[in-house]
Design a protein around this ligand. Structure first.
Ligand code: KG4
Ligand code: ZN
Length: 413
């Protein structure tokens, strides 16, 4: 974890801002990362600082909302200062302040929103409210733009975006014309998010928090065909609404596979070995997945590999089904789970087989960060879509329009 005190020691950058440089300072505090970034014109990252709270929440095996809010309060000022220092600019060089408005934990979001509003008011700069999920989609576009350099080619007009993280599993049909983006939600999870399933399974197996990176690292050591998690256990459903209600909807469910892992643990009497592993890892506070490997037997490694394979296959199958049904010209995959190596490999392989372009953010941009919020703010900046100072956090903010699963009741359109 990066401590804010360490972040402040970042070297002063070389950047010399000019008038109308398009410099946006973005702030992200929707969950357990306090992040700030300075991005120029939505495509050139001058600084990105993330203060993670993993060590605070790890003993609880999940994010504790009250602790998250308290840590955001402690971190926000040093993190923002570190972002400016690293970018080599001062507050007066900024063209706008962007902030995550939602979705996320209400108390956590409020810290970022209140701070961004105060800053915008004090500096007399415009405020831009950004949806966290749109930020994840723009992480892919930012990575593409940075990798390709200037002049920036536009991505194709009709993409399918899978946003897969600890709090979300969504499919969006994303249309854009130049710098203007429109989103339609065409898929979501009925229960747990995919990242949540990674975290809960890792916790059940006595591994560290967050569980995704642990399972990612351990899975290659197990046999992914050793436990047959059928798609029926994942309650696969694809709802096709009435013809008037638009395109089909693709639904995920990850609570079934979580329960199936639990049953496997019970049936095979794995609790004593899980307890030994939990205790051994607790005695090594800084231990990572490498320390867990010798503590896992072949059966456990097979379980981990089979779980990951089943989740990745389910995400892959529905994403490509949706891409085909909706005529997407490109697939974008983002969110914390997009850091998963097997997911990247299997999605890339499938896209290659179908001749469909696919893009991911860098691994660092996959998990929560503020550079993606600054990138998503840029089209709003260009369009002059600024937020007022009565902006407040919206914990359940949705992105774009949504495809209905049922036709509207008569007279209710
Ligand atoms: O995007 P993110 O930082 O926060 C949310 O918006 O939720 O995603 C965090 C989630 C956690 O559930 C974490 O376990 C998962 O992303 N994650 C991974 C990997 N790295 C992070 N899941 C699978 N494999 C990974 N390598
Ligand atoms: Zn996120």
């Amino acid at each position: 974890m990066s401590q804010p005190s360490q972040l402040l020691s970042g070297a002063k950058g070389e950047y010399a801002p000019g008038p109308g440089s398009g410099l946006i300072l973005a702030i992200e505090s929707s969950c357990d990362e306090t992040a700030a970034a300075v991005v120029e014109r939505g495509r050139h990252t001058l600084s990105t600082i993330v203060a993670s709270q993993i060590s605070i929440h790890a003993p609880y095996g999940g994010v504790v909302p009250e602790l998250a809010s308290r840590e955001h309060l402690r971190n926000i000022v040093p993190v923002v200062r570190a972002a400016l220092t690293k970018a080599g600019i001062s507050f007066s060089d900024l063209d706008a302040i962007a902030v995550t408005e939602g979705p996320g934990l209400a108390g956590a979001l409020l810290v970022g929103v209140a701070y961004a509003k105060s800053l915008a008011f004090a500096l007399g700069k415009p405020l831009i409210a950004v949806n966290h999920l749109e930020g994840h989609i723009h992480a892919v576009l930012l990575a593409q733009r940075e990798a390709m350099g200037e002049p920036v080619p536009t991505v194709c007009g009709r993409s399918l975006a899978l946003v897969v993280s600890g709090g979300h599993t969504h499919l969006y049909l994303t249309r854009h014309q130049g710098e203007s983006f429109a989103y339609c939600n065409v898929g979501a999870t009925l229960d747990d998010a995919a990242g949540e399933a990674f975290d809960k399974v890792a916790k059940l197996l006595g591994l560290g928090y967050p569980g995704g990176p642990w399972i990612d690292a351990l899975a290659p050591h197990g046999d992914p065909s050793s436990v047959a998690f059928t798609f029926a256990q994942i309650k696969q459903k694809a709802h096709r609404p009435a013809p008037s209600a638009g395109p089909p909807r693709f639904l995920f469910s990850f609570s079934g596979i979580k329960t199936a892992v639990l049953r496997y643990v019970q049936i095979h009497g794995l609790y004593p070995s899980i307890e030994r592993r939990r205790e051994a890892l607790a005695a090594l506070p800084l231990a990572g997945p490498t320390a867990a490997l010798p503590l896992c037997d072949a059966r456990t490694l097979g379980l981990i590999a089979s779980f990951q394979r089943a989740v990745v296959d389910d995400l892959k199958r529905k994403t490509f089904q949706a891409a085909e049904a909706l005529g997407a010209e490109e697939i974008l995959v983002s969110g914390g789970v997009a850091a998963n190596r097997e997911l990247r490999a299997r999605f890339t392989e499938e896209a290659g087989r179908r001749g469909l372009p696919i893009a991911f953010p860098t691994v660092a941009l996959s998990t929560d960060n503020a550079a993606m919020i600054a990138a998503a703010a840029w089209p709003r900046f260009l369009a002059g879509r600024f937020a007022s100072l009565d902006l407040t956090a919206d914990a359940s903010l949705a992105l774009g329009s949504e495809v209905r699963t049922r036709p509207p009741a008569p007279g209710k359109e």
